[in-house]
Design a protein around this ligand. Structure first.
Ligand code: NDP
Length: 293
């Protein structure tokens, strides 16, 4: 048996195309151009590459992109001053501070300072609280991408047994909340979970967000299950370049699962696509327009 691949390239292109169409309509009908500001502190090459890619895709969708770069030595007050300036700027509808930030800066203080209306990363406690309360608000991008991919296989998740491995505020918890909102029966597993393979084997829908390459083995997967692999791990290779791999042992999973997301080319591509969706939603909310679908 070979699992169906849930292609992140195809899915993310579809999401970005629908955002671009909606941005064009908003601009023509309301003169509204959504704007996304990204703040990068320091010169971590991976973070810089993410920021470049976000900027490019923002512009490609017809939105405005604002980039603010600070040196690795920047103080927390300097970062907070930029956030305050962006909060007050009506051309900026979404603010993202690229994490991680250098250690002299408290990421929680920075997240708390972002206007929740502009919190396109969905990490502000107000956004998390709205999600947990089942109220509309901005939801973290990667979990939205996971849900979108799961729904390409299962348009309704109602009643499904879902297991989420990982409970971070960025991925695991919001994924679990979204699945609950879709009426799945959700188990959240973590590093203290007893007999994790048995817990995973219960899942019709298994989401892995752990950060351990290949940890979820083929015999942890229920035959026919849908597997969403959020993990992005760089593992060493002989040529020294390293390669990206997920939290799921992919070669084993394809033999057992009904559908699986690849790494790379899976969930990772959805994150920026949903950042654009969130920026569009934030712009509509700021203008008092209905949220796009
Ligand atoms: P965190 O390190 O914040 O959280 C990892 C979670 O996995 C924790 O809840 C931890 O449990 C759990 N965990 C760790 N070891 C085990 C274990 N042996 N058994 C069971 N659970 C375990 O990571 P993130 O949530 O931020 O990211 C997870 C992965 O997703 C990473 O590979 C990251 O690179 C990737 N990622 C991908 C994104 C994308 O765009 N596709 C975006 C964000 C992240 P405990 O709470 O008990 O410590």
């Amino acid at each position: 048996m070979s699992a169906r691949l849930i292609d992140g390239k195809v899915a993310s292109e579809a999401v970005r195309a629908s955002v671009a169409a909606e941005v064009a309509r908003l601009s023509a009908e309301h003169g509204l151009v959504p704007g996304l500001a990204v703040v990068l502190v320091g010169d971590d090459p991976a973070s810089a590459a993410y920021v470049r890619s976000k900027g490019k895709q923002t512009v490609a969708a017809g939105m405005r992109s604002f980039e603010h770069r600070l040196p690795a030595t920047a103080s927390q007050d300097e970062v907070l001053a930029i956030v305050a300036q962006l909060n007050a700027d009506p051309a900026v509808h979404g603010i993202l501070v690229q994490l991680p930030v250098p250690k002299q800066i408290d990421p929680h203080a920075v997240i708390l300072a972002i206007d929740p209306m502009k919190d396109v990363d969905g990490l502000h406690p107000l956004s998390a609280g709205l999600l947990a309360s089942g109220l509309p608000g901005l939801v973290p991008c990667t979990p939205l991408g996971c849900l979108y991919m799961a729904k390409t296989v299962h348009p309704s998740l109602a009643g499904m047994e879902a297991v989420v491995v990982g409970r971070s505020n960025l991925v695991g918890k919001p994924v679990a909340q979204l699945l609950l909102r879709e009426n799945a029966t959700v188990t959240v597993a973590h590093s203290q979970t007893r007999d994790l393979p048995a817990v995973c084997r219960r899942a019709d829908l298994l989401v892995a967000a752990v950060g351990k390459p290949g940890m979820i083995r083929g015999d942890w997967i229920k035959p026919g299950a849908t597997v969403i692999d959020v993990g992005i791990n760089r593992v060493p290779t002989q040529d020294g370049k390293g390669r990206l791999t997920g939290d799921v042992a992919f070669d084993e999973a394809v033999q057992v699962a009904g559908a699986v997301t690849p790494v790379p080319g899976g969930v990772g591509l959805m994150t920026v696509a949903f950042l654009l969706v969130n920026t569009l939603r934030a712009a509509c909310a700021a203008a008092g327009l209905p949220a796009p679908n």
